[in-house]
Design a protein around this ligand. Structure first.
Ligand SMILES: *Cc1c(COP(=O)(O)O)cnc(C)c1O
Length: 394
């Protein structure tokens, strides 16, 4: 029955497990281990685990399992393994599924740490990586080969908000038998279209919209039962990347409000993009579903909203951009996003500082680019703050 619920209902009820006390709010099982009635029962559990049986928290825990079932249900996937962070999830999924000699095609516009996992770790173990312009379908078609094992991209890229034509890339990848992994952080769990477009695995940094209030790191790998309880679980449970029960419990509480929060923050992001479009101190405003975005039609065909993050390009280079950032009174300077507090980030000098200039140029990470995360404040206050800071950027 619960499989027929809408995602918003699943986010509140899916996977609920109640103890003998029938508590209303989910219980937090802060326990590493589980005890057995008999030695025979212990032996049997180590042979095979039933749905509601646990042996050690690195392998699984009732609170964590509730969270896994809930987020998998919300995103439309069969199963999930919850991880210590978004990067534990990205690294775990890629490492669990790849071996030396495999070929991977990935979008060039990736989160810095994801690029590190591909280019500095997996390449060291003999995985061949081809990077392409994720917005260019012909580039995907040319790079995906008969022996390509896996395709990886961000549904919406960070920080330049490029959109991948997911149905096209999935069709091309599946035609050669390659698995498709979508890093779904920016698309948000509420507007996620990874499952609808056929991605085999969606990876979510739950640090972002799931927590939504700047507290805990977490990650989730969602996919078919075969992949999740097969190679993914085997790798994660033996290498120690499982989410802890306290994080899972906090995330369960946060999922109860995620629909309201993400809708409000996404509406605010679009309103801010509209209010700032054409501002004399800006070269451009970027937001996937804003009419000025080069992939506006594709973005709207894939999801009703472009998410909670937008970007602006301030005129006058780094100096003017820093004046703008330092003049903000309500928005805070930080490198996180999806928080209830609105945040401004200067990628060129922080999150993407490590990239050589030629790569920044290719990715469009200019000195004037500011990534803005819309929070839950009154939008009029945010507009007023950004405009007064732009006035002081000259
Ligand atoms: C934040 C982020 C990650 C990493 O998540 P953590 O929870 O910080 O480890 C990976 N990919 C994308 C696109 C992100 O935005």
């Amino acid at each position: 029955m619960s499989n027929d619920w809408k995602p918003r209902t699943k986010a509140i009820h899916m996977g609920t497990r109640r103890s003998q006390y029938n508590e209303l709010s989910e219980a937090m099982f802060l326990t590493q281990g589980f005890v057995y009635e008999t030695a025979e029962q212990a032996e049997a559990r180590f042979q095979s685990l039933g749905d509601d049986e646990f042996i050690y928290a690195r392998y699984g825990n009732p609170t964590v399992r509730m969270f896994e079932d809930r987020i998998a249900g919300m995103l439309g996937y069969e199963d999930c393994f919850a991880c210590t962070s978004g990067m534990a999830a990205v690294n775990g999924a890629l490492t669990a599924l790849l071996k030396a000699g495999d070929h991977v095609v990935a979008a060039r516009a990736l989160f810095g740490s994801c690029l590190y996992v591909l280019e500095d770790i997996l390449a060291r173990f003999g995985v061949e990586i081809t990077l392409v312009d994720g917005t260019d379908n012909a580039a995907w078609d040319a790079a995906i080969r008969a022996d390509t094992r896996l395709v990886f991209f961000e549904s919406i890229s960070n920080p330049t908000l490029e959109v991948v034509d997911m149905r096209h890339v999935v069709a091309k990848a599946h035609a050669v038998g390659a698995l498709v992994l979508a890093d779904d952080a920016m698309a948000t769990p509420v507007y996620s279209y990874a499952r609808a477009c056929g991605a085999d695995i969606a990876i979510v940094s739950t640090t972002k919209h799931v927590d939504g209030q700047g507290r805990l790191l977490g990650g989730a790998i969602c996919g078919t039962k075969d992949l999740i309880r097969g190679p993914i679980e085997a790798y994660m449970k033996h290498t120690g990347g499982a989410m802890n029960p306290f994080t899972a419990w906090t995330h369960l509480k946060a999922l109860e409000t995620i629909d309201l929060r993400v809708r409000a923050q996404s509406d605010a992001a679009l309103k801010l993009a509209n209010a700032l479009d054409g501002h004399p101190r800006l070269h451009a405003v970027r937001y996937p579903t804003h009419p000025s975005h080069p992939q506006h039609d594709l973005a709207l065909a894939q999801a009703p909203s472009g998410g909670t993050v937008f970007a602006i390009e301030v005129k006058g280079g780094k100096d003017a951009c820093f004046k703008f950032l330092n003049a903000l009174e309500l928005l805070t300077i930080s490198n996180n996003f999806a928080d209830a507090k609105s945040i401004a980030t200067h990628p060129a000098t922080t999150t993407h500082q490590r990239l050589p200039q030629d790569q920044k140029d290719v990715l469009g990470i200019t000195d004037g680019l500011v990534r803005m995360s819309a929070g839950l404040e009154d939008v009029d206050d945010l507009i007023a703050d950004i405009k007064q800071a732009l006035d002081r950027s000259v």
